[in-house]
Design a protein around this ligand. Structure first.
Ligand code: HEC
Ligand code: HEC
Length: 281
């Protein structure tokens, strides 16, 4: 049994030790905040973006750093997940890519407001949050991973159209873009986004054009957005299909696929001889 004075000493001592620990940890946390949040990266655009975020009550639907409402996607890593091009098109008109399917408000932002919002989200995504949010559960993917992996079949440059038209926000192509994107379809199943490196093996040119023009018509509920006509014109679909088909090593060289050492104006080189022609002897 403790005597009265022992109990008092025990109480005061314990309180003192734990208060000191609490103050030390509080001080430690606060001293780490500037480094973890990259205070130096808070540009005026980031600050304006935060004001847009607050004034429009984005948190009424979204979470950021895990805080907010659970109606719409967590946005902490949205720039990393989607890329700036995708978000720019999405914020300009959230329904453009998913006509009639999506419930995000169209705020009619100006181009500058969109850039500010993206700058803010980009800054959020770079804050050190000890690994929050967790990566999507890859084991639930329903598309074979072989198609998702980058094969990098060619050293050719990826035409700018693939970046500008958001394809590389989700797909990988010749080592560029998003290598391991996984996204939910309308049933909530996780779908691995295939690499486009060898899509010529899986789709004929007409099927490729049909798919890019209206994926929902071919596979209702697919997470691949309808980009035509809001983002990609029908002429651009042809351009995209030309390039993807030209990655086939056995395709005849076309305008989209100039041979590496015969640029632009040079006449098309003769078809290469079969690699391992049997020797007559
Ligand atoms: C009424 C609810 C609601 C409000 C308010 C709202 N959003 Fe959204 N937002 C959504 C929904 C639903 C989606 C998912 C839409 C989709 O996938 O097509 C979404 C998607 C997004 C995405 C794309 C996320 C991704 O990973 O694809 C961004 C970025 C975004 N919202 C930003 C904002 C910003 C910035 C604001 C405030 C200016 C805001 N949202 C306000 C409902 C809302
Ligand atoms: C928002 C993410 C997203 C964007 C942006 C996107 N795609 Fe896709 N794409 C997907 C997903 C997911 C699939 C797989 C769909 C499925 O199996 O349901 C897919 C499938 C495809 C396929 C079929 C691949 C195969 O292996 O059969 C092609 C081709 C394709 N996309 C081309 C494009 C092109 C070209 C663009 C740009 C104009 C583009 N995608 C933009 C998500 C996207």
């Amino acid at each position: 049994m403790l005597s009265k004075s022992q109990a008092r000493t025990f109480f005061l001592g314990g309180t003192g030790v734990f208060s000191a620990a609490f103050l030390a940890l509080t001080f430690d946390t606060h001293s780490r905040i500037p480094a973890r949040t990259h205070t130096e990266a808070i540009t005026p655009a980031v600050a304006r973006g935060k004001r847009i975020w607050e004034n429009n009550n984005c948190m009424g639907c979204h979470t950021l750093f895990g805080e907010g409402a659970y109606y719409a996607p967590e946005l902490t890593k949205s720039v990393e997940r989607r890329g700036k091009e995708f978000l720019r098109i999405f914020l300009k008109d959230p329904e453009a890519m998913f006509p009639g399917q999506r419930k995000m408000v169209n705020y009619h932002f100006s181009a500058e407001q969109i850039d500010d919002t993206i700058a803010f989200l980009d800054w959020c995504g770079k804050v050190d949050l000890n690994g929050f949010p967790a990566k999507p559960p890859l084991q639930k993917t329903i598309v074979p991973v072989a198609a998702q992996q980058m094969v990098v079949t060619s050293t050719r440059e990826v035409p700018a159209i693939f970046t500008e038209k958001t394809c590389l926000a989700c797909h990988s192509l010749l080592g560029k873009g998003a290598p391991n994107m996984v996204m939910p379809n309308l049933k909530g199943e996780m779908v691995a986004v295939p690499s486009l490196d060898e899509v010529y093996k899986r789709k004929s040119r007409p099927d490729l054009v049909k798919w890019i023009s209206n994926p929902q018509a071919i596979k209702p509920g697919t997470p691949m957005p309808t980009l035509v006509p809001a983002v990609v014109s029908t002429a651009q679909v042809e351009e995209i299909a030309d390039f993807l088909m030209s990655l086939n090593p056995s395709a005849p060289p076309t305008a989209a696929a100039p041979a590496a050492n015969a640029p632009g104006s040079a006449p098309p080189p003769p078809a290469p001889a079969p690699a391992a022609a049997p020797k007559a002897n």
